[in-house]
Design a protein around this ligand. Structure first.
Ligand SMILES: *Cc1c(COP(=O)(O)O)cnc(C)c1O
Length: 356
C-alpha cells in the first residue's frame, strides 16, 4: 500500500496520534469505560461547535450524506416546507433528499461563481417555510456562505436552521448557539482528520423537542433512540468504535491547543498556499472561500491530467472536482498534518507540470 501525501479533504492527512490509536485493538464497547469516552466526546464537541450545553449529540455510524438524510427525515416531514441553498453537488444532495422523501421544498440555485447574497433569501420571505438546509461550505466550489446572514433570515422567518458544516467545522469560525442553529452536521474524515465512518449531529434544545412530533420511519436512523441511549454514553447499534477513540484524542488535542489556535493553523496554510498561486497561470473564484479548501482553476482543461500526474508520478493527492467544472479545476485542502513547506512542494510540482 502506497503512503500518499494528502492535500484532500476527506480523508485528510492524519496526525501521528491518530495513526497511533489506529494501531491498537478495537475494544468491546458496552462498558462503563467506553460510555465515559462517548459522554466526553459529546461534551467537547458541543464546546467546539459553540452549541448549547443542553444540546444533544447524535453519534451515527454513517458517512456525511447518511447524516444529512437522517437529519432531514428526523427533523421534518411532509407537512413542512423547506428552503434549500444549492450552489453545487452537496446542495443538490439536500435537494435530492427532499425529493426522495416527498418533502415540499424550494431551491435557491446559484450559478457558477455566483455569491449567495441577502437578496437571494429575501425573495423567499413570508413564504411559509419551516426550515432551511445549507452546506455552510459548499465543498464543490469552496464557497463559504454567510452564516450570520442566513441565521438572521431564519430567525426573522421563524424557520429551523439545519447546517451541514461537514467541511467547514474546525476550518472556519463556527458558533452554533449564537447563530440559532438547530442541527449541525459534521463528519470524522474532514476537519477532524480521522478515519471515515462517524458522523455527528448536534441538535438544539428546541429541535430536540420537535423530534417527538416527527416519525422518521426508520429503524437505524431514529434520533430519539440515539438520544435515549446517549444519556448513558451509548448508541443503539455498534458504532465505529475505533473512530470514537480517535475522536476523543482529537477533541482533547484541539481543546488543549485552543480552538482559535487550530483555526489559525488551518488559515495560515490556506493563506500561504493562495499567496503562492500568484506565480502560476491559475485563478481562484472571487466569492468568499472557506479556509478548508482552495479551488484552483486552470486556464485549460488539464485538471484530470494534472491529478493523475501528481497521484501516479509523485504519490501526492489533491481533490479532483466532478462534473463540467472538473475539467479545469482541482481543490487543495488545508486540513490535516501538513506543513507550509508541503505547499512549497506542491507548487514546485505544479510549476514542473506547467513547464515554468
Ligand atoms: C464531504 C461532505 C459531505 C459528506 O460526504 P460523504 O461522502 O457522504 O461523507 C457532505 N457535505 C459536505 C459539504 C461535504 O463536504
Amino acid at each position: 500500500m502506497i503512503d500518499y501525501k494528502l492535500f484532500t479533504i476527506g480523508p485528510a492527512q492524519m496526525y501521528a496520534s491518530t495513526l497511533e490509536i489506529r494501531s491498537h485493538v478495537v475494544p468491546y464497547f458496552r462498558t462503563a469505560e467506553f460510555s465515559q469516552v462517548m459522554l466526553d466526546n459529546a461534551k467537547l464537541l458541543k464546546k467546539l461547535e459553540g452549541a448549547e450545553e443542553n444540546a444533544e449529540v447524535i453519534v451515527l455510524t454513517a458517512s456525511g450524506s447518511g447524516a444529512m438524510e437522517a437529519t432531514v427525515t428526523n427533523c421534518f416531514d411532509c407537512h413542512d416546507k423547506l428552503l434549500v441553498i444549492c450552489g453545487g453537488t452537496f446542495g443538490e444532495r439536500f435537494v435530492k433528499i427532499c425529493e426522495i422523501h416527498g418533502f415540499p421544498h424550494e431551491v435557491i440555485y446559484l450559478g457558477e461563481d455566483e455569491e449567495l447574497k441577502g437578496e437571494h433569501l429575501e425573495r423567499f420571505a413570508d413564504g411559509g417555510f419551516t426550515g432551511l438546509l445549507v452546506n455552510i461550505d459548499e465543498t464543490y466550489t469552496g464557497q463559504l456562505y454567510d452564516l450570520h446572514m442566513i441565521s438572521e433570515f431564519c430567525k426573522r422567518e421563524g424557520m429551523y436552521l439545519i447546517v451541514d458544516a461537514i467541511s467547514s467545522f474546525l476550518c472556519d469560525p463556527y458558533e452554533a448557539a449564537a447563530n440559532y442553529v438547530d442541527a449541525t452536521i459534521v463528519s470524522s474524515q474532514k476537519g477532524l482528520c480521522l478515519a471515515p465512518g462517524l458522523s455527528l449531529v448536534t441538535l438544539s434544545p428546541r429541535m430536540v423537542n420537535r423530534l417527538n412530533k416527527i416519525d422518521p420511519h426508520s429503524l437505524y436512523f431514529d434520533f430519539k433512540d440515539y438520544i435515549l441511549n446517549m444519556k448513558r454514553g451509548q448508541t443503539p447499534f455498534t458504532p465505529a468504535v475505533g473512530v470514537c477513540f480517535e475522536l476523543n484524542d482529537m477533541l482533547h488535542k484541539i481543546d488543549r491547543q485552543g480552538l482559535d489556535k487550530r483555526l489559525s493553523e488551518v488559515k495560515a496554510r490556506c493563506d500561504y498556499f493562495r499567496g503562492l498561486l500568484n506565480e502560476l497561470p491559475v485563478h481562484i473564484p472571487s466569492f468568499p472561500l472557506s479556509n478548508a479548501i482552495t479551488p484552483v482553476r486552470f486556464e485549460k482543461e488539464i485538471a484530470k491530467e494534472f491529478f493523475e500526474y501528481l497521484k501516479n508520478e509523485k504519490h501526492v493527492m489533491v481533490n479532483p472536482v466532478g462534473g463540467e467544472l472538473g475539467k479545469r479545476s482541482i481543490r487543495v485542502s488545508h486540513v490535516g498534518s501538513l506543513a507550509l513547506d508541503d505547499y512549497d512542494m506542491l507548487v514546485r510540482e505544479m510549476k514542473e507540470f506547467f513547464g515554468i
